[in-house]
Design a protein around this ligand. Structure first.
Ligand SMILES: *Cc1c(COP(=O)(O)O)cnc(C)c1O
Length: 427
């Protein structure tokens, strides 16, 4: 496959954009090759600037659950753009999207729109701190909630009880307020809660962890966390930026029957435009400015173009049988992948929840971040490059989820399975 133009554009971009990209994973560093530059996309396919066609399982990292360029979404954006791109004043579109969100998530009584998932989690955490009057937060190793200071933290080594920054530029003093636990390990959470009694404002988690591949919650984990938070007066923040409207219309909370006090959304609710949202119990949300004292704001929050793309997308997801159909497609892919992988000597472990999945290069199962790290990332790189060369666009890193859209055809899935067979033979 010829990538001449992508290579040229990457050189040009690197000269003036750090790493040539506006978000690190796009640089393909952990895939061991250079990124492809995209020209356009339609349905399940994406096309690079050299004219190569790929079946796309990145889907803009989740938002494109309908496939690219759904005519109804494109029409909604165009129609709204003709009346003005942004006003910095309320519009009816914001209330319309808010109503759709509140209906989908019964525990969201009020919701505020922002422009990214990062903003949503950062604001939800501030709100939890403001509401409880507590400073500490607890997150899980391997869960990603955007790039705010207090979230770029991992557990300190050895006997250290404090968290330590994972990025230069995050003050060690900030990291002290972030506790980290092992995913799917309730005993670990209980220990941390006991050691910090009355000091933890919130526990934040991905109810299906999609930023260390695809790690479902073990049986009982979410409910036990819920009970612990209720007993200790801790706000449970369920980050559904990836899973919301993805693993079910009502997200992981609907799928697993456990509800957070606050919920973060993003990705799909913007239909491909920059949107995030956080919402929850009325009493907590009313602590936000201007009703309450917790400050949060945004010039482009509730942007009309983003609202209309989100509304058009979510309305299409409400169609009878949408999630059933998505599940069937994903299950078809799963069956084919497992058959091919089962016949290969390469150790792989496929994990999936609804329309999100990951192929780990190890025996598995993967229940937490430490387990995910046991994957053979070199083998992943060889597999990724082979798939790309065969016209299959996957997330360019082992610890990222793949996404299927409703526009993936049986032919697409069959091609993908055939490509996997070839790829595993070269890994
Ligand atoms: C993508 C993601 C975020 C961050 O969203 P951005 O829009 O990239 O800032 C937060 N949480 C989860 C679970 C995500 O998958």
């Amino acid at each position: 496959m010829n990538h001449t133009k992508s290579e040229e554009l990457f050189v040009k971009a690197k000269a003036i954009i750090p790493g040539g990209v506006n978000s690190p994973v796009r640089a393909f560093k952990s895939a061991g090759c250079n990124p492809i530059f995209i020209a356009k996309a339609a349905g399940s396919k994406i096309y690079d600037v050299d004219g190569n066609e790929y079946i796309d399982y990145v889907g803009s990292w989740g938002p494109m659950i309908l496939g690219h360029c759904h005519p109804k979404v494109v029409e909604a954006i165009q129609k709204t753009a003709a009346s003005g791109a942004s006003f910095g004043a309320p519009t009816p579109l914001e209330t319309e999207l808010a109503e759709i969100v509140c209906e989908a998530y019964p525990n969201i009584e009020k919701v505020r729109m922002v422009s990214s998932g990062t903003e949503a989690t950062m604001s939800a955490i501030r709100l939890a701190r403001g509401y409880t009057g507590r400073d500490k937060i607890l997150k899980f190793d391997g869960c990603y909630h955007g790039h705010a200071d207090s979230l770029l933290v991992k557990a300190g080594s050895g006997l250290a009880t404090f968290g330590v920054p994972t990025s230069p530029g995050v003050p060690a003093d900030f990291a002290k307020y972030t506790l980290t636990a092992n995913y799917n390990d309730l005993a670990n959470v209980q220990e941390l809660v006991a050691a910090n009694k009355g000091e933890i404002a919130c526990i934040i988690l991905e109810a299906v962890a999609g930023n260390m591949g695809c790690v479902p919650p073990v049986k009982g984990f979410l409910q036990e966390l819920r009970d612990l938070c209720t007993a200790e007066g801790i706000i449970l923040i369920i980050d559904e930026v990836m899973t919301g409207f993805r693993v079910a219309y009502g997200g992981a909370q609907e799928r697993f029957g456990v509800r957070g006090d606050l919920v973060c959304l993003g990705k799909i609710i913007g239909g491909g435009l920059p949107v995030g949202a956080f919402g929850g119990k009325r009493e907590i949300m009313d602590s936000l400015s201007p009703e309450g004292g917790v400050y949060q704001a945004g010039t482009l929050s509730g942007n009309p173009l983003a609202m209309s793309a989100g509304i058009a997308t979510l309305k299409l997801l409400q169609q009878e049988g949408f999630y059933q159909q998505l599940e069937e497609k994903a299950a078809y892919l799963e069956k084919g992948v497992q058959q091919v992988a089962g016949n290969s000597p390469i150790a792989t472990c496929w994990q999936r929840v609804g329309g999100m999945f990951c192929t780990y290069f190890q025996e598995g199962p993967v229940n937490n971040f430490d387990a995910a790290l046991a994957s053979d990332t070199e083998a992943f790189g060889r597999y990724f490059r082979s798939m790309l060369d065969q016209g299959i666009n996957l997330a360019p890193a082992q610890f990222e989820a793949g996404f299927i859209s409703i526009s993936h055809s049986k032919e697409d899935l069959d091609k993908t399975i055939a490509a996997l067979e070839k790829a595993l033979a070269t890994v």
